[in-house]
Design a protein around this ligand. Sequence first.
Ligand code: PLP
Length: 457
Amino acid sequence: MTINIKEICEKDRNTVLHPFTQLKDFASGKLGDPTIVETGKGIRIQDAFGNHLIDGFAGLYCVNVGYGRTEVAEAISRQAYRLAYYHSYAAHTTDQLAILSDRLVKMAPGKMSKVFYGMSGSDANETQAKLVWYYNNLRGKPTKKKIISRERGYHGCSVVSGSMTGMSFYHDHMDLPLPHIVHTGAPHHYWGANANETEREFAARRAAELDQLIEELGPDNVGAFIAEPVLGTGGITPPPEGYWEAIQAVLKKHDVLLIADEVITGFGRTGSMFGSQHYGIEPDLITVAKGLTSAYFPLSASIVGEKVYNVLEEGADRVGAFSHGYTYSGHPIGAAAANAVLDIVEKEDLPGNAKEVGAYFQKQLKEKFAQLPIVGEVRGVGLMGAIEFVGDREGKKRFDPALKVGARISKAARDRGLIARAMPHGDILGFAPPLVTTKDEVDEIVAIAESAVKSVM
Ligand code: PLP
């Protein structure tokens, strides 16, 4: 298809309300023209001018099987021809939906029972909150409603999920967070630890703080704790040693449900199929999205553990139908896309690739960047990693935010053909390439990143 680039840019500027974009700078042209992304193949995308970019962030950590997978496109097309849509209300289903749900319950960690579908990670977390509240109402604990999440956690942008998100710039001027949502400290040893505190000591302190917070709120008022196995948008930060063990002991003690937000870590990114398996987490509820369909179709799932589901089923005679659902819950094209993607994830052992190529990637990042004078920390797991830049390495002090060091390095990488994301919290360059990335491609990514970082030093 030939497109008129000028016309597309004009139409876009006049009519699209872009997420996470400075509206005035975009409207006035200060941000330049929008990037028109036209095609994708493997780990690369191509813009309307024919420029190729390595997508070192898999879109938004989601195109795990890579771009241009004909198996997925064909599965979507087959399903669209056969049956483009039917709802899943009142016990309607499709073969693709039933097959997918059976797969998810079997592959997910812990004792999972049922799957509820949405369209995005945000709405899936919104569903999790309602499930927590519904569960506690049905089991006669109507005050057990507060949900604790972590500073720098990211759980979405809708009203409840946006409240769970623990970064104030997602709340400011939008009347969030809701009073039901309370935040506790981020598990980031580099910034959070006291002098000489080991990772284990720091993790134990974070768990003790959570324990104290629950005591202060009253255990009868706290319904759930939601967390990503690895902090994602808050800076791609793996947990300190011993963190999950200590946190789970506190949650068990106070009968507080654990929601594992696996929107990024689900389906292989850490090198295990789920981040929960990687860190020994036993969740009661699991949220997945992104990698579920590798973003070939918008689909998310709230996977419900036996403990919660049994209460819902037992209470049904008293409260009637489960009154929650979307027009697109269990969309058959989404289910077909997810089945085709999971076939690839399993056949090509993408968790295994993330483990092996990921180990190589982490080693390269450490070797090339950890000793640079403007680098405070290099961290990551599997195929997700981050370089955090600091103004004063010895004194552990950030750069003045006005210098926009992270954003400048990200732009320098882009000018050299690599998308690596300037993470929103601090001067952090984030990487989360597709899980099909090879070691040769890691070399390309790291070489461009190195040149970009040195151009700004
Ligand atoms: N949870 C996590 C861990 C995420 O990273 C995201 C998005 O980045 C979400 C939830 C929200 O997903 P969505 O943008 O599909 O609403």
